[in-house]
Design a protein around this ligand. Structure first.
Ligand code: ATP
Length: 238
């Protein structure tokens, strides 16, 4: 069953026309990757879904209802949570305080303790202030904070951005546990091999247009697309 469908959306920043007729859909429980280079339009797609930068044209349907134009808090209340690229955890609060705050603000939250079961690293860091943690740990906190809200759809915007390779490996393992849970995920990434490990289907976006839609296996065979739109050599994702 389709839970989220973008149909032919156009999004602008002022006069700057950034998304050109983007269409994509997510089925219940799927992990779908949105791949593309720097500036391709991944974040703008996420912001469009979330209502932060609503599309000027086209529709966004979530569980059968048109949500384009609704305010972000309303879209969030319907079950979509965004983990933004810059993470936005509260730096001076501890891990536990960040999670308790998210828990308090949610209508139907999951117990904070469940987050510690899912992310044992955070359990060890309960009393650490977010600002003193590594980028990878902050990313896990940002994901945990979103999951406390019991979202049915999670938008993960470039979770590996700025992380060292060894941390990316840890994050991959943690996210594997997350995606095994009952949640639909749209994962935006420039790190193609990371996305390939987690997703089953993908879209490739370039200068605000979707240029490929299909299975990960098919894309892995498409050396032309990998080189042209994702600037990776086929060996890197074999
Ligand atoms: P990145 O990895 O850099 O986040 P991205 O694929 O997420 O890449 P977007 O952030 O969606 O790309 O940017 C798409 C285009 O929109 C780029 O050309 C970018 O310069 C432009 N853009 C992004 N934010 C703004 C803004 N606030 N005002 C004007 N233009 C913007």
């Amino acid at each position: 069953m389709t839970v989220l469908e973008l149909d032919d959306i156009d999004t602008y920043y002022g006069n700057s026309h950034v998304l050109h007729g983007v269409s994509l859909d997510l089925d219940e429980g799927e992990v779908v990757a949105l791949l593309g280079r720097n500036g391709a339009g991944k974040t703008t797609t996420m912001r469009s879904i979330m209502g932060v930068t609503p599309p000027r044209r086209g529709t966004i349907t979530y569980r059968g209802e048109d949500v384009a134009g609704l305010p972000p808090n309303e879209i969030n209340a319907r079950g979509i949570s965004l983990v933004p690229e810059d993470r936005r955890v509260f730096p001076t609060l501890t891990v536990h305080e960040n999670l308790v705050l998210a828990h308090k603000l949610a209508a139907d939250p999951r117990p904070v303790e469940e987050m510690y079961d899912l992310f044992p690293v955070l359990d060890e860091l309960r009393r650490s202030r977010a600002q003193n943690m590594s980028g990878g740990e902050q990313q896990m906190l940002a994901v945990a904070r979103a999951l406390v809200q019991r979202p049915s759809t999670l938008l993960l915007d470039e979770p590996t951005e700025g992380l060292a390779p060894v941390i990316v490996d840890d994050l991959r393992e943690m996210l594997q546990d997350v995606v095994d849970q009952d949640v639909t995920v749209l994962l935006s990434e420039q790190n193609v091999s990371f996305a390939f490990d987690l997703a089953t289907r993908c879209y490739v976006i370039d200068t605000g247009s979707i240029v490929y839609e299909g299975s990960i296996e098919e894309l892995q065979e498409r050396d032309d697309l990998l080189e042209r739109y994702l600037a990776v050599s086929p060996e890197e994702v074999a």
